[in-house]
Write a protein that binds this ligand. Structure first.
Ligand code: FAD
Ligand code: NAI
Length: 466
């Protein structure tokens, strides 16, 4: 008799959510975690600490630059970095404790140690030189991802850092060089720029935020430049020389050519993440990987080994916490004999900068490439009453609808609170809704969300306030 119905390896948002859902469905569940705390990358060194620092640094910047014009007179704010880091840590601790509570509440056993799959139904858990083998009917691999490294650039997490080191710097670097203009580079670059760093971002491609709608990315780059970011696009860092005073980064055009040297105090390497499968014993157990080192799964999250499934960053798809969570729910339901499902066409993406950028569905570039006839409706926040009174008018909403059916295919927003506003588009798209449906939905006044309604009206060329 197996001890468990399900053993989940990894307690990030994919793993712990899967465990909770499986427990709700009546399974006897254990989770295996090698870190000292539960919650994975997201809670410990990812989503949550970065959002705490984004919030705190935004307040710092607002106090220094925006209060006076609203008639709130304060003396220049002073940075207490250890206190800000403590604020971040309290947020981490609170969330980690929350996951521990959920494990207890749902009677899920927490097995501390490194999980290794010995074969169908057998997981070895090792910690401190000791190991035990647990038997289970099903196994879910939710081991997440690790930072991608650049050849020849050694991350010491002090001066040459990954996102993990960049979340815990002991002082504000005078000059921060960011390698990679993706989500981490722009979010953590924003944190340190607000706190006083000069930030330069070197990006291999000729644009920032690859994968996001091009028009949105262009405007976002302009806004970031106004904030003080410097960008070197179409460029690559080929090496970083470390000396006692500074880091000397060698930068070349992406297509090759003369190199230049840029001095920095801290270099942040954020060129993506790679699936994490170390120590899982996948090869020996017969769990196949794809050509990019991700655990290969079928449409029901099943791997090549019977009774073993995989979800989250360790499998294909966007490396996002909410994608991992939804896969966790779906696979638990599938194991329980239900019809678990994730709609990969409606997974929102948000960059939590100021302004925020959010996106769901197809970009204009993707529709063009697929030869789909579409209509664009756009509405700027400069014409939105609430944004005007708050004097936060950067950005716009862009809706892409099928020219023939009016069905909404993609929504892209740049602006304050864009990360909250995107969800009405997600619900609409889940129900196959049209721009007309959105345009005829009453929106509270005065809200920034009215700009979403106006953009939907603009698809039919009948926006009211423009
Ligand atoms: P993870 O969260 O990586 O968890 C995997 C867990 O498995 C870890 O705890 C690990 O210790 C454990 N593990 C691995 N191998 C073993 C083993 N053999 N035995 C036992 N345990 C093991 N996503 C968003 O959606 N929004 C954001 O705002 C966001 N911000 C981010 C900011 C940063 C700086 C970073 C780095 C990432 C961010 N992400 C964000 C991405 C997000 O963190 C990941 O998509 C998410 O954590 C993936 O969840 P997961 O459950 O697949 O894996
Ligand atoms: P990313 O994939 O978002 O961006 C990496 C960037 O680096 C790309 O623009 C790429 O073109 C560039 N690049 C690659 N190699 C390069 C090189 N040699 N030189 C210069 N540029 C190079 O990856 P990032 O920012 O590291 O984030 C990792 C993952 O974490 C992402 O998949 C993201 O989804 C997730 N994440 C999500 C967040 C959110 O949802 N708000 C926040 C932070 C991370």
């Amino acid at each position: 008799m197996a001890t468990y119905d399900l053993v989940v390896i990894g307690t990030g948002p994919g793993g712990y959510v899967c465990a909770v859902r499986a427990s709700q469905l009546g399974m006897k569940v254990a989770v295996v975690e090698k870190n000292a705390t539960l919650g994975g990358t997201c809670l410990n060194v990812g989503c949550m600490p970065s959002k705490a620092l984004l919030h705190a640094s935004e307040m710092f910047e607002e106090a220094g630059h925006s209060f006076a014009k609203m008639g709130v007179s304060v003396s220049a704010p002073k940075l207490d970095l250890p206190a800000m880091m403590n604020f971040k840590q309290q947020g981490i601790d609170g969330n980690v404790k929350g996951v521990e509570f959920l494990m207890k509440k749902n009677k899920i056993d927490v097995l501390k140690g490194t999980g290794k799959i010995l074969g169908t139904g057998k997981v070895e858990v090792s910690a401190d030189g000791k190991s035990q083998v647990v038997e289970t009917k099903n196994i879910v691999i939710a081991t997440g991802s690790d930072i991608a490294r650049l050849k020849g650039i050694d991350i010491d997490e002090k001066r040459i850092v990954s996102s993990t080191g960049a979340l815990s710097l002991e002082k504000v670097p005078g000059r921060l060089l960011v390698i990679g203009a993706g989500v981490i580079g722009l979010e953590l670059g924003s944190v340190w720029r607000r706190l006083g760093s000069e930030v330069m971002v070197v990006e291999f491609l000729d644009r920032i935020l690859p994968g996001m709608d091009g028009e949105i990315a262009k405007q976002f780059q302009r806004i970031l430049e106004k904030q003080g970011f410097a960008f070197k696009l179409g460029s690559k860092v080929t090496g970083v020389e470390v000396n006692s005073k500074a880091l000397l980064a060698k930068i070349e055009p992406a297509s090759g050519g003369a190199a230049e040297t840029i001095e920095a105090d801290v270099v942040l390497v954020c060129i993506g993440r790679t699936p994490y499968t170390d120590g899982l014993g996948l090869k020996e157990a017969g769990v196949a990987l794809d050509s990019r080192g991700r655990v290969q799964i079928d449409p029901h999250f099943a791997t090549s080994l019977k009774g073993v499934y995989a979800i989250g960053d360790v499998v294909a798809g966007p490396m996002l916490a909410h994608k991992a969570e939804d896969e966790g729910v779906a696979v638990a339901e599938i194991i329980a004999g239900q019809a678990g499902h994730v709609n990969y066409d409606v997974i929102p993406g948000v960059v939590y900068t100021t302004p925020e950028v959010s996106s769901v569905g197809k970009t204009e570039e993707e529709l063009k490439q697929a030869g789909v006839a579409y209509t664009v409706g756009k509405f700027p926040f400069t014409a939105n009453g609430r944004s005007k009174v708050n004097q936060t008018t950067d950005g716009f909403v862009k809706i892409l609808a099928d020219s023939k059916t009016d069905r909404v295919l993609g929504v892209h927003i740049i602006g304050r609170e864009a990360g909250e506003m995107i969800h009405e588009a997600c619900v609409l798209m889940e129900f196959g809704g049209s721009a007309e449906d959105l345009a005829r939905t009453c929106h509270a006044h005065p809200t920034r969300s009215e700009a979403v309604k106006e953009a939907a009206l603009a698809v039919g060329r009948r926006a009211i306030h423009m």
